[in-house]
Design a protein around this ligand. Structure first.
Ligand code: ZN
Length: 153
């Protein structure tokens, strides 16, 4: 099975989507409307409300990134870990708790957290809900970065 993830028919849709060989662009709308995105993975029989993955939308080749919005006092329906990808969570607003490898980490606006592939993780939102970005990238894949990869023109 492919386990592809896509927007549902009743999901909010990005605007001004442009895809070319060297550039992809989209307007997702204001962050307060991120909760209107709904994605599904038919092969996993999974519907994800308030979730937007960008890899396919922007034709990303080296990472997956998603926006997540959780209503107050909610919890992911399952814990999970990854085979190869580490995850970076960036909290934009709200509060919550990430449980990783049996330890709890309090999250609030500005919290940043790396979770290695093997760590079992489960996210909960607090009384103010939680809006976050999650970046997945293959562990140990980064070779050049910032000034060791950029070419100043
Ligand atoms: Zn994950």
């Amino acid at each position: 099975m492919a386990f592809e993830v896509s927007l549902t028919t009743d999901s909010k849709k990005p605007e001004n989507l442009t895809q070319s060989e060297n550039v992809s662009f989209a307007d997702l709308g204001e962050f307060s409307s991120l909760g209107q995105y709904i994605m599904e993975c038919p092969d996993a029989k999974l519907t994800m409300k308030s979730k937007l993955f960008l890899k396919d939308l922007l034709k990303l080749t080296g990472l997956e990134i998603s926006f997540g919005v959780m209503e107050p006092n909610n919890k992911w329906p399952f814990a999970h870990r990854h085979k190869n990808n580490e995850e970076l969570y960036l909290v934009l607003s709200g509060n919550g708790v990430m449980e990783a490898d049996g330890k709890e980490y309090d999250l609030k606006e500005g919290s940043v957290m790396r979770v290695a592939p093997a760590a079992v993780r489960r996210l909960s939102s607090g009384d103010r809900g939680l809006t976050y970005i999650c970046i997945q990238t293959r562990k140990d894949s980064l070779e050049g970065y910032t000034m060791t990869d950029a070419e100043i023109l």
